[in-house]
Write a protein that binds this ligand. Structure first.
Ligand SMILES: [Mn+2]
Length: 320
């Protein structure tokens, strides 16, 4: 594994003839923004480029791409993973296929497992901030399409510029992207303001069962498949749910347990300082950032795994 600078990364990409860009499963605005922005930038340099995602891309991100941009053709392609901390996050059936095959990873998770041959890693708010620097270093002009993609990544990974990961650079990148034509008003409206009636019903059901633990410092919200069915929602409608439990006054660690189709629950943790989510999740084989991290809970061992997670949270809270 070789660690690269932004300029080295830009040169490495510019030398390729064909690239395939991998996003993480259950794709969010950042992984998609990175992938499609890089795809357009590569094409501007005459490189054949496509994006692979193991899951269906939620409709709200539809403005970033067209169906022809999606590809699984990895023959002789230089493979780039974006916003992916661990090869497992490419998706169950695909992590084996791409294990030891990823030529370059561009990521902002300090928990990155160094699974790629080359790595560009920086602890910034969104991987899209890094891709912005890489594209500039490639000498490609940031057009409206690229600007929309990168602005989406930055805005969504920062909760619309509210999270503690936001820096002067984050705002500076966003400002340059708006100057390049990013439709910031529409993007933020779609990502943060408008929700389907089903989403509101799902939130209501999940919130009615919220558990307050450890003197009110931890809130656990569980979202089951049954709740999703009753509200007519799917996994992709759940994007904003993880930020809810932490918003309850006094809570330092907010947990959302969301049931998936594959026999697991995704545990999403959000914290306020000094509680460290990445430290908690690493005890269960997960990872992420100090303020936002995740791990997996097996449905068949739900009580045991949830118990382990709560013990790790208690241990972290006891340190404070
Ligand atoms: Mn990200």
């Amino acid at each position: 594994m070789k660690t690269l600078s932004v300029d080295e990364t830009a040169r490495l990409i510019s030398r390729q003839k064909k690239i395939l860009i991998l996003t993480h499963r259950n794709p969010d605005g950042d992984t998609l923004g990175c992938a499609f922005a890089l795809m357009y930038a590569a094409r501007a340099k005459g490189i054949e480029a496509g994006v692979f995602c193991c899951d269906k891309i939620p409709e709200k991100y539809g403005y970033m791409f067209s169906d022809g941009d999606l590809s699984s053709d990895s023959d002789e392609a230089f493979i780039i993973a974006v916003d992916i901390a661990d090869i497992k996050l490419i998706g169950a059936e695909y992590s084996e296929k791409y294990e030891n095959r990823v030529n370059l990873c561009i990521d902002h998770h300090i928990s990155n497992t160094h699974f790629s041959q080359n790595l560009l890693l920086r602890d910034c708010a969104a991987a899209s901030e890094l891709i912005f620097d890489v594209i500039k270093s490639m000498g490609v002009e940031i057009d409206k399409k690229i600007a929309d993609c990168l602005y989406t990544g930055i805005s969504t990974d920062t909760g619309c510029f509210r999270f503690s990961n936001v820096t002067e650079q984050t705002h500076s990148a966003a400002a340059q992207l708006i100057k390049a034509g990013a439709n910031h008003y529409e993007i933020n409206k779609v990502m943060f303001e408008t929700k389907t009636i089903g989403c509101f019903k799902l939130e209501a059901a999940a919130l009615s069962g919220v558990e307050m633990l450890f003197d009110g410092k931890c809130a656990v919200m569980t979202v089951t498949k049954e709740m999703m069915k009753a509200s007519g929602t799917s996994e992709s409608d759940c994007d904003g749910l993880a930020s809810i439990p932490r918003r309850i006054e006094g809570v330092l660690v907010g947990v959302t347990l969301r049931e998936r189709d594959d026999g697991t629950f995704k545990a999403s943790l959000r914290s306020y300082p000094p509680a460290d989510c990445a430290a908690i999740c690493s005890a269960l084989g997960g990872g992420g950032h100090a303020r936002a991290a995740g791990c997996e809970i097996r449905t068949e061992f739900f009580d045991i795994d949830k118990g382990k997670l709560l013990a790790a949270i208690k241990k972290e809270l006891d340190k404070i």
